[in-house]
Ligand binder design. Structure first.
Ligand SMILES: [Zn+2]
Length: 403
């Protein structure tokens, strides 16, 4: 049995939800226009100012700059606790191949659906204009999701969440792997922590005909590359998802008979457990240094910390799922992967949920192009579904706060 207070406040929220969804409908045509305008003129990470200006104007609420090219605002009660709703501003260096009338011509593309997220957030905020929101709603236009330094990390460092007394953060991301009409939330870890490993090996080099007189960083590098999966296998429990993948190796010039004096690799490290995240780099360092020693070269290992684990708060997830159903969307299996999203920086500060919203890609019902693909273009319905997911997140955060 719920207490009378809970019963009445849930009735208030249910009525708010009904009115919000009703107010959303007339906002959607304008949001679709905005989506096309933003899609046609994409801007890369760190250079999002033109997009921020267009979206800020469409929002129609006062916004403050944050994290250089980002914006944050507030609607509802001007003081007290708030819920942060995040949309990303940046596009990718991808040459668009969708062929639609509003396709970008610049060699840059909104191939990750951020145009949809921005339009949805605008519709949500505009629809809330005449509603009595119980907590502040902080729309965040976040820069630099796709590159470092992470925009989310900079937003957290700016003190925005503390200033606005944020009690939760909600993100929604379109996903072609989720059926349309469904939304994947899922309690616990849904994305990995992503860190970068750089190994530089320095030797003397020499003549390829006299390798016995040289110290050869190439051989050492080869052994290290092959040893990295073994480090993971011997360090991380097989019950914990983790991976180290080498994405770049480089040594010498285009010459067959010169042994170079330097070799370098870059690898990404994905972990889902805090201990693993701390221990794997130590073991990578050990492997690199000892292999280098065996080959008579010197290893330098640098680890650059990236996104933390993306963790969906279990209590918040339950509440979000209920509001999603209430909006006619079907909560479905979590989208767990070793991918990373810098939304996870917010989850380190406040309870958060990332909703992966199922979308249809026109003309690709069988095998839709994946995120970051030159033909990834969710249909217009995606804007409304992302908006409904953000509203579900806001209401869930209010409920969690009122408990
Ligand atoms: Zn994205």
């Amino acid at each position: 049995m719920s207490a009378p207070h809970t019963a009445s406040s849930s009735a208030v929220l249910t009525e708010l939800h009904r009115r919000w969804l009703a107010a959303l409908e007339p906002e959607l045509p304008g949001a679709l226009q905005l989506r096309r305008q933003v899609h046609a003129d994409p801007h890369l990470s760190g250079l999002e100012e033109p997009t921020a200006q267009v979206v800020e104007a469409a929002l129609g609420v006062p916004m403050e700059p944050v994290a250089l090219t980002g914006r944050a605002g507030r609607v509802g009660p001007p003081e007290g606790p708030s819920v942060l709703l995040r949309a990303e501003l940046d596009a990718l260096p991808v040459r668009e191949a969708t062929g639609v009338s509003f396709a970008a011509q610049s060699g840059r593309m909104h191939a990750c659906g951020h145009d949809v997220h921005l339009a949805a957030l605008v519709a949500v905020v505009r629809a809330a204009a005449h509603l009595d929101l119980p907590l502040g709603l902080v729309p965040l236009l976040q820069p630099r999701e796709e590159t470092y330094p992470s925009g989310a990390q900079d937003v957290v460092a700016s003190g925005l969440l503390a200033r606005e007394q944020a009690v939760a953060a909600i993100g929604a991301h379109v996903h072609p792997g989720v059926p349309p009409g469904q939304v994947a939330t899922g309690a616990g870890v849904v994305n990995a922590a992503a860190d970068e490993i750089e190994i530089v090996l320095t030797g003397n080099g020499g003549h390829g005909a006299y390798p016995h007189r040289a110290t050869d960083p190439v051989s050492a590098l080869g052994h290290i590359v092959l040893g990295l999966p073994e480090v993971v296998r011997r360090t991380v429990s097989p019950m914990h998802p983790a991976a180290v993948s080498v994405g770049h190796v480089q040594a010498g010039e285009a010459s067959a008979n010169v042994l170079p004096s330097e070799a370098r690799l870059l690898a990404t490290m994905r972990t889902t457990d805090a201990r693993d995240r701390a221990v794997v780099p130590e073991q990578v360092r050990k492997l690199a240094e000892h292999q280098a020693k065996a080959f008579g070269v010197v290893a330098e290992v640098r680890i650059t910390a990236g996104e933390p684990v993306l963790y969906n708060d279990p209590d918040l997830v339950d509440l979000v799922d209920a509001w999603l159903e209430h909006a006619g969307l079907e909560p479905t299996e979590p989208m767990r992967s070793l991918g990373a999203d810098d939304f996870s920086f917010f989850g380190e500060v406040v309870p958060s949920v990332m909703c992966f919203v199922g979308v249809r890609v026109a003309g690709h019902d069988e095998e839709p192009p994946q995120l970051h693909h030159p033909r990834f273009l969710p249909v217009d319905d995606a804007v409304g579904d992302v908006a409904r997911a953000l509203i579900a997140g806001y209401l869930a955060a209010v409920e969690l706060h009122q408990r």
